[in-house]
Design a protein around this ligand. Sequence first.
Ligand code: HPA
Length: 274
Amino acid sequence: MNLEPTLAQLRAKAPGMRPRIAVVLGSGWDAFSGQLHDTVRIPYADLAGFPMAGVAGHRGELLLARFAGHAVAVMSGRQHAYETGAVDAMALPLRALHAMGCDTLVQTNAAGSLDPAMLPGSLMLVSDHINLPQRSPLVGQVGPQRFVDMAKAYDPDLRERAQALALDLGLRLHEGVYLWAMGPQFETPAEIRAFAMLGATAVGMSTVPETIIARHAGMRVLALSLITNMAAGLSDETLSHAHTLAQAQAASERAGAMLAALIQAIATEKDHHA
Ligand code: HPA
C-alpha cells in the first residue's frame, strides 16, 4: 500500500498539522464536528485512496482540526463493507492517519440493542467485538505481524477512563459486546436471538474492520455505540435507516458531550502534546 501520494496531499492541505488522535464519526455523532476549531475540510474524493462514503447521514470528509488546543483528525463518515463488499475500504485512510502521527483511534457508530435494559438513546462502550462474517481487512498482508492479538482490542485503560468521564458527566455508559453484521439488510428476529446466545450486546454494520486495521497498525482503539433501536424482534418498531438517523439525532447532544470529554482527556495525556 503506497501512502506517499495521500500523505503528500495531507501535508499540502494542512501544513505542520500532526494529529495524535483519529476519530471516526458514525451516524448520530456529527455534533462533535461543531466543536472543532481551525478546521481544514477535505472531501474524501480529494484524497488518493480514500473511499466514497455513500450513505445518507455520512458526509465523507476528513477534518484536520484543533480541539481544545490539540490537533485531531476526524473522519466524518466511513465506507461500509456492505457498500462494495470490500472489508478493507478504510485501510488506506487509517494507515495514512497513523503515518501522520495518530496513535489512538476513537470510533463511533449507531447500533441496535440486544439488551432489554439498554434502550434507544443509550450510549454503549464497546468492550469487545464479534466478527460474525469472519471477513478480515488483513487478507493479503504478509509476515508475522498479520497475526494480530485481539485479546484487548478495545484498550482497557481508555475504557476505564471513559467510564470515569461518564460518571463525571452524569451519563450512563453501558458496556458490551458489539457484533458486526455485514448488512445492508437489518437482521431477522431469529438472527438476533442467535446473536444473543453468542454473547452480543449490540449489533451494527461497521467498526470491526477498522478496529482490526488499527490494531494491526499498532494503534490503541476505543469505540462508542449510540443505541438507535432495539434489535429485530425485541420491539414492534419497523427498522429503517431513517429511523436510525432520527433516533441518533435525538441523542446527539449527549453523544457529543461524551465524545468531547473523551477526546479532551486523551489529548491531554502526558505524552499527547501535539
Ligand atoms: N442492526 C444493524 N445495524 C444497526 C442497527 C441494527 O439494529 N441499528 C443501527 N445500526
